[in-house]
Design a binder for this molecule. Structure first.
Ligand SMILES: *Cc1c(COP(=O)(O)O)cnc(C)c1O
Length: 367
């Protein structure tokens, strides 16, 4: 089976060298040398400051909510955050888990990111934050969202799990918002096996979060505030350093694949409308068909040919019961029902990709 994505495996020799170092230092976690090194190298590579490594992308979101005061241990009124239903479950479930009610607003039918007009309409006296997603690495309308946040005094936490390395107007997209979070899960473009990061706008919040990821402990006999365990360890950082060393080759391979899909499928299916002034990281290749029937048919056809394309993000998250939503967001529901993500990863062979394209084209000719 050709999977929709495959983890990137960096040079084994290099990884062994890093592991030798871990054995020599006899240091496995608690802000070790490799975690510190990866923090610096990621800040340089991404062009950001105030980056905090954590153990996964979901905890990155939760720590960001806490550090910014969106979720409190004992909230007075039920806090709410406005977010998108067109995303991976963790964006919304992490809010709910932390006692914040996710309130969905609808996406733009072309960019598939939150439409700022719908955000404003969903604000209530209990709204504390906006949690938009740069879905598939596309940029949200960061200027409009910033203006709304200022007007209503809301925090903005971008789930930027898909936006590793993306530049907007020549600068890192991750600089927008009070915080932006990344996932370094094995299947992501850049990964540490499991892992994640938060990029804070302000140093004070970074410092607060640093305490929070280590149980609130600040000294041998000092526990300053409520915390949890969200630390990255040295083995994760070793993997990350190796993957980062080879990121250019990884990106080049993905871009070649991305561009071949775009060339061959343009006009046959709907592609995501990307913001101007935006670089892309070729992390995903989503296509939208005319109907749900068609997407099911093509996914089955691909499967018959040994290719596993995935319907994500489907379903639109309003139907998840524990999220307590009353209504569907029409555009999110509509796009979610017709979308398919095609296989894209550095090790995907040209002949394999041509096979995928041929299956889709032969289906289109039959229509
Ligand atoms: C992968 C992902 C997450 C969760 O990250 P983990 O590292 O798996 O916890 C959250 N949001 C989005 C949009 C993701 O794609």
């Amino acid at each position: 089976m050709i999977p929709v994505t495959k983890p990137y495996f960096p040079s084994r020799e290099k990884l062994d060298k890093y592991i030798d170092g871990i054995y020599e230092r006899q240091w496995l976690t608690n802000n070790g040398q490799l975690v510190q090194e990866l923090t610096k190298r990621l800040e340089d590579y991404l062009g950001v400051e105030n980056l905090l490594l954590v153990s996964n992308g979901t905890l990155a979101l939760q720590i960001a909510y806490r550090a910014l005061g969106v979720s409190d241990a004992a909230p007075s009124a039920q806090p709410e955050a406005i977010t998108t239903p067109f995303t991976f479950i963790a964006t919304a479930s992490s809010l709910k888990w932390d006692g914040v009610q996710p309130v969905f607003a609808d996406i733009d039918p072309n960019t598939w990111c939150l439409n700022p007009d719908n955000i404003e309409a969903a604000i209530t006296p209990n709204t504390r934050a906006i949690v938009p997603v740069h879905v598939f690495g596309n940029a949200c309308d960061v200027e409009a969202i910033e203006a709304i946040a200022q007007k209503y005094k809301l925090k903005v936490i971008y789930d930027a799990s898909h936006a590793f390395g993306v530049k907007y107007k020549g600068e890192s997209l991750l600089k927008h918002g009070d915080a932006a979070t990344l996932s370094f899960h094995a299947t992501k473009l850049f990964h540490t096996g499991e892992g994640g990061a938060i990029i804070f706008k302000h140093k004070e919040e970074l410092e607060r979060a640093k305490k929070m990821i280590n149980f609130g402990i600040t000294g041998p006999e000092c526990i300053e505030e409520l915390g949890i365990n969200a630390k990255m360890n040295e083995l994760q950082a070793a993997m990350g350093l190796c993957v980062l060393d080879e990121i250019e080759a990884n990106l080049n391979a993905r871009h070649t694949i991305w561009e071949r899909y775009a060339r061959e499928l343009a006009g046959l299916v709907q592609l995501q409308k990307r913001s101007d002034d935006l670089s892309y990281n070729a992390a995903y290749f989503p296509i939208v068909f005319k109907s749900e029937q068609e997407v099911v048919r093509v996914a089955d056809l691909l499967k018959d040919n040994g290719i596993l394309a995935r319907r994500y993000f489907f379903p639109s998250l309003e139907i998840v019961e524990f999220l307590d939503q009353k209504e569907m967001q029409p555009y999110s529901k509509n796009i979610a029902s017709r979308i398919l993500c095609l296989p894209i990863y550095a090790a995907l062979e040209k002949s394999e990709q041509e096979g995928i394209i041929n299956v889709i084209k032969s289906h289109m000719r039959l229509e």
